[in-house]
Design a protein around this ligand. Structure first.
Ligand code: ADP
Length: 165
């Protein structure tokens, strides 16, 4: 909370599925925000296609964050800045893993600022154990029968097992 009211942040992504890297970013964001909206982009372009439909991703995320009342998981379509504005969220959270993330993230942050001058994009780095982790890698390893138990929560692991059994 500050003089302007609660600090609301939005963390957008595909979360297909939510990984321990995403969870780490969420935990870090809760250190400085009052409310965090984790937002699944319905229109996100995924060159490799999706694994779980958006509704199932949300179901999984709601289970994963069930113990944290300040986290809300929702889907959105259209421009992120418009969605953020309707939430009263001036902070967009993004995770930065390696330099390979930087180019795209930098462009997006600058574009979003052009679209809404008051929005700030905040980049958080995860715990070093998750710095190589991506949802697409989890999908790939799980689809080939590999053990992803140290990269996702038990809830997610269970869904992946059912999907690939
Ligand atoms: P990905 O398929 O790359 O995991 P998402 O679209 O679900 O992608 O990611 C949403 C946001 O979370 C992005 O800002 C991404 O950089 C960040 N993110 C994803 N995985 C991690 C991780 N292991 N550590 C930190 N940030 C991450």
């Amino acid at each position: 909370m500050n003089a302007h009211g609660p600090i609301v942040a939005v963390y957008p992504g595909s979360f297909d599925p939510v990984t321990l890297g995403h969870e780490d970013v969420v935990r870090r964001t809760l250190r400085f925000s009052d409310r965090l909206v984790v937002a699944v982009a319905e229109s996100a372009t995924q060159p490799k296609g999706h694994l779980f439909p958006v509704a199932e991703r949300l179901e999984i995320m709601r289970e994963v964050f069930a113990g944290e009342p300040r986290v809300e998981c929702v889907a959105f379509s259209g421009l992120l800045v418009d969605f953020a504005r309707t939430l009263g969220a001036r902070f967009i959270i993004r995770g930065l893993r390696a330099v390979s993330d930087f180019d795209y993230e930098f462009q997006m942050a600058q574009m979003n600022r052009e679209l809404w001058e008051e929005v700030e994009t905040l980049f958080l780095t995860p715990d070093v154990h998750y710095s190589f982790l991506s949802a697409s890698l989890v999908r790939e390893v799980a689809s080939l029968g590999g053990d992803v138990g140290s990269f996702v929560s038990p809830v997610v692991l269970d869904r992946l097992r059912r999907r690939y059994s």
